[in-house]
Write a protein that binds this ligand. Sequence first.
Ligand SMILES: Cc1cc2nc3c(=O)[nH]c(=O)nc-3n(C[C@H](O)[C@H](O)[C@H](O)COP(=O)(O)OP(=O)(O)OC[C@H]3O[C@@H](n4cnc5c(N)ncnc54)[C@H](O)[C@@H]3O)c2cc1C
Length: 316
Amino acid sequence: MIAVYIERENGRAKKSSLEALSYAKNLAVKNSAQSIAIVAGGEVPSDLGDAGADAIVHVTDGNLNEFTPEGHATAISEVCKQKGVTTLIMAGTYAGKILAPICSVKLKAGCVTGVVSEPDLSNGFVVRKSCFSNKAFTMVNVKSDRKVLSLIPNSFEVGSFGLTPSVESISVSTSVLTKSLEVDKVKGKIPLTEAELVVSAGRGMKGPENWGMIEELADILGAATACSKPVADLDWRPHGEHVGQTGITIKPNLYIAIGISGAIQHLAGVSSSKVICVINTDPEAPFFKVADYGIVGDAFEVVPKLIERARQLKGL
Ligand SMILES: Cc1cc2nc3c(=O)[nH]c(=O)nc-3n(C[C@H](O)[C@H](O)[C@H](O)COP(=O)(O)OP(=O)(O)OC[C@H]3O[C@@H](n4cnc5c(N)ncnc54)[C@H](O)[C@@H]3O)c2cc1C
């Protein structure tokens, strides 16, 4: 049995959880096993069957409606024990990064975080793991009977399996040691970690008053916005947008970097992007070394032209 912990946002399963579910279903098929989606508290989202859930286990307990590491880890681990789960999979999000190690201790399972490949079962259970801020990869053989994996978001496709999963409710008694007093959510239409397209800008934008064109380009493309660290430190943009070694690690299909030098600490968070496009006045900017497309030019001239062209292409 392969299980996936499902995270929700506004009542829907997060895309990164659906990716994990499809990953689990592919693994389950190879092992002639079943994939189950574990939903802790709240409501069961509707799109789990299509992403690959053979069955859904809904764990109920008053404490689970709000995310706490200890509450959700207890719920997940109990389900895994009751259902004889051999592999527990989750997205490597904020929640997944906390839950994977706790669950692995509770389940006495080998744990691999930052997974970027499907397991190679030809000689054990070998997965590829990103490490040192994406500067290296390790192949890890998980030798324990139970395994816990967390996957880097945007590394795997969401499948279309068209399943109609059964839903079973299980009550698990959890005690929680912490309570969130306030949640200050990052504003923005598309969560940065889930975004397939990201428009990001740095100190080359000169000041927060110039972000209108960055947001406009992102809006037209259906992209999330991001920024370099100094931009967040200067309060030009919220800290939730800061990508890099000390910020969020992302892996979008397209990363457009505008007025960002490409310091190693910035690249640590974005270098796994599938396509990188850099706009910078300085032809020697380090970012050009890792760019798939580069425009040497002034953002204040180039970005308005991109906006105009994107509008034309989208018929807006
Ligand atoms: C321990 C540590 C951790 C760090 N973690 C991070 C991190 O997580 N993320 C991060 O981003 N940084 C991080 N940094 C900071 C990092 O080293 C760089 O200082 C930072 O990334 C630079 O930000 P920037 O590129 O926006 O600004 P700058 O270095 O000032 O670069 C601005 C760029 O804009 C270009 N430019 C200027 N005007 C224009 C224009 N009109 N049009 C187009 N281009 C223009 C310039 O040529 C330049 O390349 C960290 C540093 C340390 C020491």
